[in-house]
Design a protein around this ligand. Sequence first.
Ligand SMILES: C[S@@+](CC[C@H](N)C(=O)[O-])C[C@H]1O[C@@H](n2cnc3c(N)ncnc32)[C@H](O)[C@@H]1O
Length: 325
Amino acid sequence: MDPRLEAELDAHAGSDEELVERLFRLVLRRPPDDEARERALRKLAEGTLSRATLLYELAASPEHARVRELDDAVALGLGARARGERIRWLQAPATDERVVEVPWVLSRLVPSGRVLEVGYAFAEPAYLAGLLRSGVELVGVDLATRDVDGMETVRADVRALPLGDDSVDQALLVSTLEHVGADNAVYGIAAAEGTDGEPRLAALRELGRVLRPGGSLLVTVPLGEPKDYGWFRQEDERGWMRLFARAGLFVHELELYELTPEGWRASPDLDTAGVRYGDRGPAASAVLCAELLPGRTRRLLSAGGLRTVARRRARRAYRRARRRL
Ligand SMILES: C[S@@+](CC[C@H](N)C(=O)[O-])C[C@H]1O[C@@H](n2cnc3c(N)ncnc32)[C@H](O)[C@@H]1O
């Protein structure tokens, strides 16, 4: 048969029920809700909606725009990782911070090994699908539960992980650190015990314990004027950096982004005074993305580390003095 005719007949094959189910899953990445299914089936049956127009309506909907934003973010991150590139100076559309955090993190995902995703239970399905496609061995940790095929899931507090020392190659915290020890009722979690002290510091130290030497921690957090919002706590750059340093984590890489009227843009000199969560868009107004390495600061503070730094400084001073002669 003529291939074009064959394709046209294919588009009309199967029942309307099958078509509606297939199109919703393909375009909106979810099954149709009862109301939408009933409406589409009724209109298809009475001839006031064609199969092509149903596809168009779904693809033109604001819901599909969000699907595209996240799909673009995942594709960008995994594509960069496949080329061995770390995404920097990213530009992303003016929506919530996931469109920056997701590609930033995915492009730095280790090529293989055991990866701990902290706070996976409410992660965007597109991000989880991207992680699952990446080929790493995934362990999800959260106070909440969610079954994810292909991912080992552990219900635990990130401050007390049921994992051995040096047992993880990389840990990911996408918009999660700021929630540790906060009021997590929004995630259906009763007030956690032991929220006194500095819960986020305890979380970072625990992650430092389970990370193997040479492993890394990818962290993305809301950035702005320091403020306790109840369900999370935002810090300015100094506040986050102080927390990383106190946890003994070396900042290997750091990028700051802010939401501008043109979309998300890198903003290395961002002044966070007056930058408040929710002021510029649906969620964070700025975000800090960092790769942290455990152990490096400790090595620096050891006698050997201090000697190395002193020698380097002496060499530089000697070179400067010679230039002056
Ligand atoms: C904003 S959501 C995380 C978003 C998600 N990572 C993403 O990629 O979109 C915060 C998550 O942190 C989890 N959480 C909060 N405190 C925790 C703790 N102490 N230990 C483990 N998970 C925690 C919550 O249950 C929730 O799933």
